[in-house]
Design a protein around this ligand. Structure first.
Ligand SMILES: Nc1ncnc2c1ncn2[C@@H]1O[C@H](COP(=O)(O)OP(=O)(O)OP(=O)(O)O)[C@@H](O)[C@H]1O
Ligand SMILES: [Mg+2]
Length: 230
């Protein structure tokens, strides 16, 4: 599987005295390949999440295209895009997206319950929850979880369908070092099994798990040379 962004750009309207536009992501090309972990770092507000959400099929670019194995995501109707995303793209968003009325296990199973006619892969969900250290909290409700536990639940959910594309927006924010390593290893393993992984992170550890590191600066993406990798 391959995800390619061609000349994508994102402008947001800026309210205020002289209403105008603000370019959060400047025109760029980006390619994600099977087997690789790409990391993006950069200051707060530099455009990392905006780029990731465009790649995820969640935010339509002002111009340019996002192609998943040649399929133009934003040319699809909403329903087909939602189905494709659910099947092929695992997204760990920056905010919380837990459904509060469901248990932790049910939240993780949600991607399969939504569209698939097959029996929900409960064994896999339990295994993933155990892998992220939530083995004892499967039957809890999300509002009984800490912020870091909710992050880890989101990681398990994103991986449930074995998506070919994994987009992780600061998946380790607020985690202790042991759990940081746990989550980064899961993402690395997913890439080693053939997924394309994008990791937005501030953790210095993350570079050790990445094949390529990029820096976002004021909406401009540049490759960090490997000699500078820490
Ligand atoms: N929906 C929106 N409408 C208007 N402006 C937005 C919107 N979303 C993001 N922005 C602006 O675009 C810029 C980039 O935001 P983005 O969330 O991509 O940054 P980021 O690099 O992910 O930051 P952080 O590290 O804090 O998560 C910010 O200045 C933000 O205010
Ligand atoms: Mg962000």
């Amino acid at each position: 599987m391959k995800l390619t962004a061609q000349s994508i750009k994102k402008d947001f309207p800026r309210m205020g005295k002289n209403r105008n536009f603000f370019t959060a992501v400047q025109t760029l090309d980006f390619e994600m390949e099977a087997g690789k972990v790409l990391e993006i770092t950069g200051r707060s507000g530099s455009g990392k999440s905006t780029l990731l959400n465009m790649l995820a099929g969640m935010l339509s670019p002002t111009s340019g295209k996002v192609l998943l194995d040649g399929t133009d995501l934003y040319a699809l109707d909403e329903k087909s895009l939602a189905r494709l995303r659910n099947e092929k793209i695992g997204l760990i968003p920056q905010g919380h997206t837990a459904l509060l009325s469901l248990t932790v296990l049910e939240n993780v199973l949600l991607p399969s319950i939504l569209y698939s006619r097959e029996t929900p892969p409960e064994e896999r969900a339990r295994k993933l929850l155990t892998d992220v250290g939530l083995g004892t909290l499967m039957d809890a409700k999300p509002n009984e979880l800490s912020g870091g536990e909710l992050r880890r639940m989101a990681v398990a959910r994103a991986m449930l369908m074995r998506p070919g594309i994994l987009l992780a927006d600061e998946p380790t924010a607020g985690l202790d070092s042991e759990n940081v390593i746990g989550v980064l290893s899961l993402l690395r393993n997913a890439a080693d099994s053939g997924a394309c992984v994008l990791l937005v992170s501030h953790e210095t550890e993350a570079a050790e798990y990445a094949d390529e590191v990029y820096v976002m600066d004021n909406g401009k993406l540049s490759r960090k040379e490997s000699s500078l990798l820490s």
